[in-house]
Design a protein around this ligand. Structure first.
Ligand code: ATP
Ligand code: MG
Length: 288
């Protein structure tokens, strides 16, 4: 059975796409058959794994979501033989409006995945920086959510709203949804603030924070413009090592869960400490 992981955080620029591309590529080099789904109209994921925009203008994830074709028809091969991608472009913005009047509009991606998911060990979904109907589609289709969190002072605040959304989706649309883990990104070990924020997050979320930490690494920001994941761009870079380590952690966790399903993995989404709660997080709820 495939594991479907949504990479989500409604905050922009925290490393979602970088994580989606590079985690998917690392799983592929570990010979795990992986499908990367770009669910962001920015289309950065698609280009980041080497696809030319012109090649998928006619058929991309937008067409599969609105039911114009099957998901299978919008899957493209990449340079890595174990990695396929379902790309996106700006047309996806239209899906949000078109889905408004649709029946079961939150379930479109889940339904589209039904015929495809068993061909893959992992499906990685890159979400857009929003908690709109597309993001809810991703959460409804997924087995778990991986939350990239930039190590900065305000990191925890937006998390409240995201965890509320995860709770809501779990309660109504997808009871099996779990928190895969929180991933600290763009970490600078020389900065005491980063260390302090990382320690706070670990204290609160315990083993739900991945041990692997993604350092700030210029190679990671360079490689998308070459259409390559970091492991094909510079295997020896700290960014490569970090994403390979994350991949190992995820595969290992999976094995532990399969071998001895322990209670601690039946994880419920924890509350956020009051000092980190913000007005936005406590008041605003997505419409499900
Ligand atoms: P959006 O919310 O717009 O979709 P995102 O959460 O997907 O953004 P990314 O696009 O992955 O974030 O990253 C934002 C920017 O930071 C990009 O230019 C990316 O190349 C850069 N970046 C991401 N992670 C790192 C890192 N660990 N080190 C250096 N640069 C990084
Ligand atoms: Mg992105």
């Amino acid at each position: 059975m495939s594991k479907i992981i949504a990479i989500a955080n409604q905050k922009g620029g925290v490393g979602k796409t970088t994580t989606a591309i590079n985690l998917a590529a690392c799983l592929a080099v570990a010979e795990k058959k992986t499908l990367l789904i770009d669910l962001d109209p920015q289309g950065n994921c698609s280009v980041g794994v080497g696809l030319e925009k012109e090649t998928f203008e006619e058929k991309n994830i937008y067409h599969a979501i609105i039911g114009k074709c099957s998901l299978e028809e919008v899957i493209y091969k990449t340079e890595l033989s174990y990695l396929d991608v379902a790309p996106a472009d700006q047309n996806l913005i239209g899906a949000e409006i078109e889905l408004v009047s649709e029946f079961a509009r939150e379930q479109k991606l889940k339904l589209a995945l039904e015929t495809v998911k068993d061909k893959y060990d992992y499906v990685i979904i890159d979400c857009l920086p929003s908690l709109n109907v597309l993001a809810v589609n991703a959460l409804t289709a997924s087995s778990s959510v991986l939350v990239p969190l930039q190590t900065e002072y305000y990191a925890m605040q937006g998390l409240m709203q995201l965890l509320n959304t995860i709770r809501l989706v779990k309660g109504s649309l997808n009871p099996d949804l779990d928190l895969e883990g929180i991933l600290l990104t763009m970490f600078d070990s020389r900065t005491s603030l980063h260390k302090q924020v990382a320690a706070d997050i670990r204290e609160h979320f315990g083993d739900k924070v991945f041990e692997s930490v993604i350092p700030r690494n210029v190679k990671l920001s360079e490689c998308p413009s070459f259409g390559k994941p970091i492991i094909l761009y510079d295997i020896k870079s700290p960014g490569s090592e970090a994403y390979l380590s994350l991949m190992r952690e995820i595969i290992l966790r999976e094995r532990i869960i399969e071998e001895e399903p322990a209670d601690e993995f039946n994880y419920t989404v924890p509350p956020i400490p009051e000092e980190y709660q913000d007005a936005q997080g406590t008041e605003s709820q997505p419409q499900l």
